[in-house]
Design a protein around this ligand. Structure first.
Ligand code: SUG
Length: 448
């Protein structure tokens, strides 16, 4: 496998927004609930994410950025009956419903693996690159994201001759959709037809089927099927697999917390899937060419260690012919079983030959590792030329954004800071400037 020069997998990382905080909003996500109420550092969070993105660009990968959302979401707060000017809305919500205010302040759009599902043109009947923003309806603080996410995606991938933008699926739990966090694409080169693996946590219309008992399953089978239809995928190039409900109950709230795929490699935990053997056979039979299954056994890394370290929330990246690296968070180094495994991984018979460790601790404390922070978009060089070029990361943009962060982001946010109306103003000022830097036009409500 190699990155050829006519097609690329471009990682679009979410820039962490100025209101990044720890509000404990995601039941089923043990980091989020466990770190509730801690003091966050939006400045450090944004810089950590940007540094990870720039480091991958420096390795020769194409790297883009997706803009954060403006928070708090005043239109949602007003729709819930909090009235008056902005200061009064914050004051009233803070008094009557602080948890709702915190939800409307979340910077959760940073996890762009949940922004959308993307299918490249080689797989779609009409030859376009398809995007469907995830409806994220399992969590209130996330179901307010898709409208603005859709606008940001359209401003980032503007040419409708090349890119097809769909509406999010209907906002019903039966069609719960969490985007690329439960979707993996296998291929030879990025411009060749591939196999798309859709992993779901439960059925939306079948009470007789297994589902988790403790924590919610966010993605449904019916949602995954709808995305495959919208993206005009061929039935014989799509595999649907149910996540093991037992691992969801241990904190694996998305499939990307327990497996990751890239080109001809699937790196997964032994307990990740129900009917694992059947699913792996299907992938193998649909895929053209050699395929590597890299299974991590429970004996070597328990589900608990996987959740705690985010070993599988890693990025697999191609560095050369048959040479991949695994990009893991710093937390993997701190977990003995995981670090022991990673020491020997490059000597196993697979293309994964290097381990790269990055510090994204601020995001990790909310349950977001390296893979959560990026949305993969496979593009031909011609399609890449149609992307909004201001969103592609260069050393110049990296330094411009670091300065922008220094100028606009707070060092710290505590739960009480969400009551400070200046924070809302600071966010608007910062994002207004950002839309100019990234040439996005008017994507935010306050600009319309
Ligand atoms: O949806 N955390 C996010 C983390 C998303 C990770 N994404 C992937 N695995 N692809 C979530 O649970 C926590 C926010 C808070 O508690 O303040 C949060 O939304």
């Amino acid at each position: 496998m190699s990155q050829n020069t006519s097609s690329y997998e471009v990682n679009f990382d979410g820039l962490v927004g100025p209101t990044h905080n720890y509000a404990g909003l995601s039941s089923g996500n043990v980091a989020s609930t466990g770190n509730k109420g801690q003091i966050s550092s939006p400045k450090a969070a944004a810089k950590q994410g940007l540094k990870k993105a720039m480091s991958l660009a420096n390795l020769g990968l194409k790297q883009g950025l997706l803009a954060p959302h403006c928070r708090p979401d005043f239109s949602t707060l007003r729709s819930l009956g909090f009235s008056g000017n902005d200061k009064q809305v914050i004051e009233k919500a803070g008094k009557k419903a602080p948890e709702v205010l915190a939800a409307c302040y979340s910077a959760s759009a940073m996890w762009t693996a949940n922004a959308a599902t993307v299918s490249p043109s080689a797989d779609s009947a009409d030859g376009k690159v398809h995007f469907t923003p995830a409806n994220l309806n399992n969590k209130f603080h996330r179901m307010i994201e898709p409208t603005v996410t859709g606008r940001i995606l359209q401003a980032t991938f503007p040419d409708t001759n090349v890119f097809s933008h769909h509406k999010p699926l209907p906002q019903s739990p039966s069609f719960g959709d969490e985007g690329a966090a439960n979707h993996t694409r296998f291929c030879q080169d990025f411009d060749q037809a591939g196999v798309q693996l859709f992993v779901f946590g439960r059925y939306g219309f079948r009470a007789d089927k297994p589902e988790p008992k403790v924590y919610p399953a966010r993605q449904t089978y019916e949602a995954s099927q709808a995305i495959a239809r919208l993206h005009q995928l061929s039935d014989d190039r799509v595999v649907y697999a149910q996540q093991n409900p037992e691992v969801i109950d241990q904190g694996v709230f998305h499939n990307d917390v327990i497996s990751v795929g890239h080109q001809n490699v699937y790196f997964y935990h032994q307990q990740a899937l129900l009917n694992s053997d059947q699913v792996l056979k299907q992938i193998e039979s649909q895929f053209d060419g050699d395929f590597h299954f890299v299974q991590v056994a429970t004996d070597e890394v328990s589900v608990k260690d996987a959740v705690q370290s985010y070993l599988f929330n890693s990025q697999l990246i191609t560095l050369g012919q048959n040479k991949m690296a695994i990009v893991v968070p710093e937390e993997c180094r701190k977990n003995k079983a995981v670090w022991d495994y990673l020491q020997k991984l490059p000597s196993l018979n697979s293309p994964i030959q290097e381990v790269l460790v990055y510090d994204v601790t601020e995001s990790m404390k909310n349950g977001g590792g390296p893979a959560c922070l990026r949305l993969r978009v496979a593009l031909t060089s011609k399609q890449l030329a149609s992307v909004n070029q201001n969103t592609l990361l260069t050393p110049e943009l990296f330094s411009q954004l670091n300065q922008w962060i220094d100028q606009h982001y707070r060092d710290q946010i505590s739960p009480d800071d969400l009551l400070d109306p200046n924070l809302a103003d600071e966010c608007r000022t910062a994002l207004d400037k950002l839309t100019q830097i990234l040439n996005l036009g008017s994507v935010y409500d306050f600009q319309r």
